[in-house]
Design a protein around this ligand. Structure first.
Ligand code: GLY
Length: 261
Protein backbone atom coordinates (compact mmCIF):
# COMPACT_ATOMS: atom_id res chain seq x y z
CA UNK A 1 0.00 0.00 0.00
CA UNK A 2 2.84 2.35 0.84
CA UNK A 3 4.58 1.58 -2.45
CA UNK A 4 1.36 2.20 -4.35
CA UNK A 5 0.90 5.52 -2.60
CA UNK A 6 4.47 6.50 -3.49
CA UNK A 7 3.96 5.52 -7.13
CA UNK A 8 0.68 7.47 -7.27
CA UNK A 9 2.55 10.49 -5.98
CA UNK A 10 5.01 10.15 -8.85
CA UNK A 11 7.89 8.70 -6.83
CA UNK A 12 9.99 5.70 -7.74
CA UNK A 13 10.03 2.65 -5.50
CA UNK A 14 12.88 0.25 -4.83
CA UNK A 15 12.04 -3.07 -3.21
CA UNK A 16 14.89 -4.95 -1.59
CA UNK A 17 14.91 -8.66 -0.95
CA UNK A 18 16.24 -9.94 2.38
CA UNK A 19 18.82 -12.65 1.66
CA UNK A 20 18.75 -15.14 4.50
CA UNK A 21 21.48 -17.59 3.50
CA UNK A 22 25.27 -17.84 3.79
CA UNK A 23 27.45 -15.97 1.33
CA UNK A 24 29.67 -17.75 -1.18
CA UNK A 25 32.15 -16.40 -3.70
CA UNK A 26 32.54 -18.17 -7.02
CA UNK A 27 35.02 -16.93 -9.60
CA UNK A 28 34.97 -17.82 -13.26
CA UNK A 29 37.45 -17.24 -16.04
CA UNK A 30 35.81 -16.37 -19.35
CA UNK A 31 36.88 -15.51 -22.88
CA UNK A 32 33.58 -13.77 -23.57
CA UNK A 33 31.88 -16.94 -24.80
CA UNK A 34 32.95 -19.87 -22.64
CA UNK A 35 32.99 -19.93 -18.86
CA UNK A 36 35.38 -21.94 -16.70
CA UNK A 37 34.24 -21.81 -13.06
CA UNK A 38 36.87 -22.05 -10.33
CA UNK A 39 36.11 -23.48 -6.87
CA UNK A 40 33.74 -21.83 -4.39
CA UNK A 41 35.10 -20.13 -1.28
CA UNK A 42 33.67 -18.26 1.68
CA UNK A 43 35.17 -15.14 3.15
CA UNK A 44 34.65 -13.41 6.50
CA UNK A 45 33.95 -9.74 6.07
CA UNK A 46 33.54 -8.52 9.66
CA UNK A 47 36.62 -7.47 11.58
CA UNK A 48 36.11 -9.63 14.67
CA UNK A 49 35.09 -13.16 15.70
CA UNK A 50 31.45 -14.18 15.48
CA UNK A 51 30.91 -11.61 12.72
CA UNK A 52 31.23 -8.71 15.13
CA UNK A 53 32.75 -5.32 14.33
CA UNK A 54 32.96 -3.25 11.20
CA UNK A 55 32.88 -4.51 7.63
CA UNK A 56 36.29 -5.09 6.03
CA UNK A 57 37.67 -6.22 2.70
CA UNK A 58 37.86 -9.74 4.17
CA UNK A 59 39.58 -11.17 7.25
CA UNK A 60 39.95 -14.77 6.08
CA UNK A 61 38.56 -17.42 3.76
CA UNK A 62 38.39 -21.15 3.16
CA UNK A 63 37.72 -23.63 0.38
CA UNK A 64 36.14 -26.06 -0.35
CA UNK A 65 32.76 -25.59 1.32
CA UNK A 66 31.80 -29.03 2.64
CA UNK A 67 28.32 -27.81 3.56
CA UNK A 68 27.43 -26.44 0.14
CA UNK A 69 25.22 -28.39 -2.30
CA UNK A 70 27.32 -30.71 -4.48
CA UNK A 71 25.88 -29.16 -7.66
CA UNK A 72 26.52 -25.55 -6.58
CA UNK A 73 29.19 -24.83 -9.21
CA UNK A 74 27.12 -26.43 -11.95
CA UNK A 75 23.99 -24.54 -10.96
CA UNK A 76 25.69 -21.17 -10.65
CA UNK A 77 27.46 -21.67 -13.98
CA UNK A 78 24.20 -22.56 -15.69
CA UNK A 79 21.93 -19.99 -14.01
CA UNK A 80 24.26 -17.07 -13.31
CA UNK A 81 27.68 -17.06 -14.96
CA UNK A 82 26.94 -18.29 -18.48
CA UNK A 83 23.74 -16.21 -18.84
CA UNK A 84 25.62 -13.10 -17.69
CA UNK A 85 28.42 -13.67 -20.20
CA UNK A 86 25.87 -14.40 -22.95
CA UNK A 87 23.92 -11.25 -22.11
CA UNK A 88 27.01 -9.07 -22.21
CA UNK A 89 28.01 -10.53 -25.58
CA UNK A 90 24.46 -9.99 -26.90
CA UNK A 91 24.66 -6.31 -25.86
CA UNK A 92 27.84 -5.86 -27.85
CA UNK A 93 29.92 -5.49 -24.68
CA UNK A 94 31.55 -8.92 -24.33
CA UNK A 95 33.52 -9.50 -21.15
CA UNK A 96 36.73 -11.53 -21.07
CA UNK A 97 38.56 -11.94 -17.80
CA UNK A 98 37.69 -12.90 -14.27
CA UNK A 99 34.04 -12.67 -13.31
CA UNK A 100 33.50 -12.76 -9.55
CA UNK A 101 30.01 -13.73 -8.44
CA UNK A 102 29.18 -12.88 -4.83
CA UNK A 103 26.25 -15.14 -3.97
CA UNK A 104 23.81 -15.77 -1.16
CA UNK A 105 22.45 -19.29 -0.81
CA UNK A 106 18.99 -18.45 0.46
CA UNK A 107 16.07 -20.66 1.41
CA UNK A 108 14.54 -19.63 -1.92
CA UNK A 109 17.64 -20.53 -3.93
CA UNK A 110 20.83 -18.87 -5.11
CA UNK A 111 20.82 -15.06 -5.33
CA UNK A 112 23.52 -12.77 -6.73
CA UNK A 113 24.69 -10.15 -4.25
CA UNK A 114 27.32 -8.58 -6.49
CA UNK A 115 29.55 -9.02 -9.49
CA UNK A 116 33.14 -7.87 -9.65
CA UNK A 117 35.46 -7.96 -12.64
CA UNK A 118 38.49 -9.07 -10.61
CA UNK A 119 39.75 -11.76 -8.30
CA UNK A 120 38.47 -11.47 -4.72
CA UNK A 121 40.75 -11.01 -1.75
CA UNK A 122 41.24 -13.13 0.38
CA UNK A 123 39.19 -15.87 -1.38
CA UNK A 124 41.75 -16.05 -4.21
CA UNK A 125 44.42 -17.17 -1.77
CA UNK A 126 42.50 -20.34 -0.91
CA UNK A 127 41.14 -21.02 -4.38
CA UNK A 128 44.56 -20.79 -6.04
CA UNK A 129 46.15 -22.81 -3.22
CA UNK A 130 43.98 -25.71 -4.41
CA UNK A 131 44.64 -25.22 -8.14
CA UNK A 132 47.02 -27.95 -9.31
CA UNK A 133 47.13 -27.06 -12.99
CA UNK A 134 48.55 -23.82 -14.36
CA UNK A 135 46.75 -20.50 -14.05
CA UNK A 136 48.73 -18.71 -16.77
CA UNK A 137 47.48 -21.01 -19.53
CA UNK A 138 43.87 -20.45 -18.49
CA UNK A 139 44.31 -16.68 -18.48
CA UNK A 140 46.02 -16.80 -21.88
CA UNK A 141 43.15 -18.88 -23.26
CA UNK A 142 40.69 -16.32 -21.87
CA UNK A 143 42.63 -13.48 -23.45
CA UNK A 144 42.89 -15.21 -26.82
CA UNK A 145 39.34 -16.61 -27.05
CA UNK A 146 40.31 -20.27 -26.84
CA UNK A 147 38.89 -21.44 -23.50
CA UNK A 148 36.74 -24.06 -25.26
CA UNK A 149 39.84 -26.06 -26.23
CA UNK A 150 41.84 -25.41 -23.06
CA UNK A 151 42.09 -28.31 -20.55
CA UNK A 152 39.82 -27.92 -17.52
CA UNK A 153 41.56 -26.89 -14.29
CA UNK A 154 42.63 -29.66 -11.94
CA UNK A 155 41.78 -29.21 -8.25
CA UNK A 156 43.41 -30.65 -5.17
CA UNK A 157 41.08 -32.39 -2.74
CA UNK A 158 42.99 -30.63 0.05
CA UNK A 159 41.36 -27.86 2.02
CA UNK A 160 42.80 -24.37 2.27
CA UNK A 161 42.33 -21.73 4.94
CA UNK A 162 43.69 -18.21 4.97
CA UNK A 163 43.81 -15.86 7.96
CA UNK A 164 44.42 -12.14 7.45
CA UNK A 165 46.64 -10.31 9.92
CA UNK A 166 45.43 -6.71 9.98
CA UNK A 167 47.13 -3.59 11.27
CA UNK A 168 46.10 -1.85 14.47
CA UNK A 169 43.12 0.35 13.71
CA UNK A 170 42.06 -1.50 10.56
CA UNK A 171 39.62 -0.91 8.91
CA UNK A 172 38.95 2.62 10.19
CA UNK A 173 42.45 4.01 10.57
CA UNK A 174 45.20 1.44 10.04
CA UNK A 175 48.55 2.22 11.58
CA UNK A 176 51.54 1.77 9.28
CA UNK A 177 55.24 1.32 9.87
CA UNK A 178 55.22 -1.45 12.50
CA UNK A 179 58.01 -4.05 12.31
CA UNK A 180 56.94 -7.60 11.43
CA UNK A 181 58.71 -10.59 12.96
CA UNK A 182 58.51 -14.36 12.75
CA UNK A 183 57.91 -14.52 9.01
CA UNK A 184 60.53 -17.17 8.34
CA UNK A 185 59.39 -19.39 11.20
CA UNK A 186 55.78 -19.09 10.07
CA UNK A 187 56.65 -20.03 6.48
CA UNK A 188 58.33 -23.20 7.77
CA UNK A 189 55.05 -24.62 9.13
CA UNK A 190 53.95 -27.52 6.88
CA UNK A 191 51.54 -26.48 4.15
CA UNK A 192 51.85 -22.75 4.91
CA UNK A 193 52.49 -19.79 2.62
CA UNK A 194 52.69 -16.30 4.10
CA UNK A 195 51.43 -13.90 1.45
CA UNK A 196 52.27 -10.22 1.71
CA UNK A 197 49.60 -7.59 1.08
CA UNK A 198 50.40 -4.43 3.05
CA UNK A 199 54.13 -4.72 3.69
CA UNK A 200 57.24 -2.85 2.72
CA UNK A 201 60.93 -3.65 3.01
CA UNK A 202 63.65 -1.21 4.07
CA UNK A 203 67.10 -0.99 2.50
CA UNK A 204 68.36 -3.00 5.48
CA UNK A 205 65.89 -5.77 4.63
CA UNK A 206 63.50 -5.14 7.52
CA UNK A 207 59.87 -5.80 6.74
CA UNK A 208 57.18 -3.56 8.17
CA UNK A 209 53.49 -2.89 7.69
CA UNK A 210 52.34 -0.46 5.00
CA UNK A 211 48.62 -1.14 4.72
CA UNK A 212 45.48 -2.28 6.52
CA UNK A 213 45.46 -5.95 5.64
CA UNK A 214 49.12 -6.74 6.14
CA UNK A 215 49.55 -10.50 5.65
CA UNK A 216 47.43 -13.40 4.48
CA UNK A 217 48.59 -16.60 6.15
CA UNK A 218 47.43 -19.46 3.94
CA UNK A 219 47.61 -23.15 4.78
CA UNK A 220 46.63 -26.33 3.03
CA UNK A 221 45.74 -29.54 4.81
CA UNK A 222 43.98 -32.84 4.26
CA UNK A 223 40.81 -31.28 5.66
CA UNK A 224 39.67 -27.94 7.06
CA UNK A 225 40.65 -28.92 10.57
CA UNK A 226 44.26 -29.56 9.58
CA UNK A 227 44.41 -26.48 7.35
CA UNK A 228 43.12 -24.31 10.22
CA UNK A 229 45.58 -25.74 12.71
CA UNK A 230 48.48 -25.05 10.36
CA UNK A 231 47.30 -21.54 9.51
CA UNK A 232 46.88 -20.56 13.16
CA UNK A 233 50.18 -22.16 14.17
CA UNK A 234 51.85 -19.89 11.62
CA UNK A 235 49.79 -16.83 12.61
CA UNK A 236 50.88 -17.30 16.23
CA UNK A 237 54.54 -17.19 15.20
CA UNK A 238 54.18 -13.77 13.58
CA UNK A 239 54.64 -10.58 15.57
CA UNK A 240 53.17 -7.22 14.56
CA UNK A 241 52.49 -4.71 17.33
CA UNK A 242 48.82 -3.86 17.72
CA UNK A 243 47.70 -6.22 14.95
CA UNK A 244 44.48 -8.19 15.06
CA UNK A 245 43.08 -11.24 13.30
CA UNK A 246 40.05 -13.47 13.62
CA UNK A 247 40.37 -16.80 15.43
CA UNK A 248 37.23 -18.35 13.93
CA UNK A 249 38.02 -18.55 10.22
CA UNK A 250 36.46 -21.81 8.93
CA UNK A 251 35.85 -22.91 12.52
CA UNK A 252 32.19 -23.82 12.11
CA UNK A 253 32.73 -25.66 8.82
CA UNK A 254 35.71 -27.56 10.26
CA UNK A 255 33.76 -28.58 13.37
CA UNK A 256 30.76 -29.72 11.35
CA UNK A 257 32.90 -31.72 8.89
CA UNK A 258 35.80 -32.83 11.03
CA UNK A 259 36.59 -36.03 9.14
CA UNK A 260 36.70 -34.86 5.54
CA UNK A 261 36.68 -32.01 3.00
N1 GLY B 1 36.53 -10.50 -0.38
C1 GLY B 1 35.67 -9.59 -1.00
C2 GLY B 1 36.18 -8.94 -2.20
O1 GLY B 1 37.25 -9.21 -2.68
O2 GLY B 1 35.47 -8.10 -2.71
Amino acid sequence: AHAKACLAAGSSVVIEEFLDGPEVSLFAITDGRFVVPLQPAQDFKRAHDDDAGPNTGGMGAYSPLPWAPSDLVEEVTERVLQPMIDAMAARGTPFAGLLYAGLALTARGVRVVEFNARFGDPETQVVLARLQSGLGGLLMAAATGSLDTHPQPVWSTDSAVTVVIAAQGYPQDPRKGDAIGGLEQAAEVAGVDVLHAGTTVSEEGEISSSGGRVLSVTAKGANLHEARERAYTAVDLITLAGSHHRRDIAAQAAAAHSTGG
